[in-house]
Write a protein that binds this ligand. Sequence first.
Ligand SMILES: *Cc1c(COP(=O)(O)O)cnc(C)c1O
Length: 475
Amino acid sequence: MIMSKSMKINTPRDLPPVDEVMRDEKLADALQRHGHAMVLRAVRNALDEARETLLMKSDAVTTSTLSYSVDDLIRKALDKLELWSTPLIQHVINATGAILHSNLGRAPLASVAAEAAYNAGRRYTTLEYNLEEGARGERTAAVEILLQRLASVESALVVNNNAAAVLLILATLARGREVVVSRGELVEIGGSFRIPEIMEESGAMLREIGTTNKTHPDDYLRAIGDETAAILKVNRSNFRIEGFTEDVALDKLATIAHQHGLPLIYDLGSGCLSRELHGLIREEPLVLDAMATGADVICFSGDKLLGGPQSGIIVGRRRYIEAMRRHPLLRAFRCDKMTLAALEATLLLYLNPSRAHKEIPLLAMALADKDVLEKRVSSFVNALNEADVPASMYSESSIVGCGSAPGCKLATPVVAIDPSCAPRRSTPDELLRQLREEKPFVIARAGNGRVMLDLRTVFPEEEDTLLQRLLHILA
Ligand SMILES: *Cc1c(COP(=O)(O)O)cnc(C)c1O
């Protein structure tokens, strides 16, 4: 039977064979682009789905809604190919005001850092090559020398993330022995990083002391014994304890540790290297200050307050760091070349703080000038109003996010849109959904019957795209 391509197929029996669909000239481009195997899979998939739907078709449903033409099948196959070949990691405009958004990839890289990663990725590099000697070089030497300078430390080591850093430190310095930790610092971060569990994996034994809200110097002194390998202090990054609280200050803790010949390990979590940023969010200590106060080994993430790529940075006394360098776990935790290139470029920016503040997005966003933000918001609001979309400027606050500085709110003007009175009406939830539906994807939040757009976390070059997207939906 010769069928026209647009003729409707109503029963599974009439579906064309795979080979016949594959010969259709509408698939020629797709065959070039995706290859025979992928196209075949898509066509089979489309045919299977059609067969299933036609089989399930009950008499109650009119045939017109559930029938297929060959063209329909091809369209379905092409849609599948499009979907399968589209990366799942897509650019989004972050209008939430959370500078480090755990679900949106934490810190965006400085352009020079992203370029360094790009170049390291697509060409050969001196990753482990010493040009001067024409021989093998040290993989992480460049980054470690920069860290030594920036944090005024004897030695540094870089691994995949801060969780790996904590595990490596404990496995190296305390396997089979005890580590003293305050109960107020037994934290869980991001749902999967828990101090007691990491401790167990490392082979070290947790010696909990004090209570959730109070830990005294005596608690530490009583716990220290022959089995003690180290004292661990953990920055309570994602929460605060308020009310009757007490913990032992870092300098006192260092004195106690050193009197007993123990290293003081400090899991700083965020790791702030910028004095200006520390001035803004006092609760996040400067790596430099923590070191000067007497910590022996400090670890922190590269993609939190540092504003670089995902990595775990360990700094501190040479003898401890050298022991970690020899630990077999280091090989399992090592960073990839793109990460190291991006981290090096980020740290190079820190050598000149004013450049760092301009070029590292995290610093630029956190330290953004209120007047500049107000100007941006007010012209955004005007542009919406001109298109009859009701919007105004609200006083709100942005957050650093990602467990950094949990108590810190950065006062921020935001664009507040009332979608219920726009030319094309919508509700706040509906608008948020629409913004997530099509490219460029936008993530925002709702409150008080409005959709709030915090321009602090929107890159200036994304602003017009964001505006056009809103006008397209609402005006
Ligand atoms: C974030 C954080 C970690 C985990 O760091 P990752 O880089 O996400 O592995 C560990 N400890 C503290 C205190 C943190 O804040």
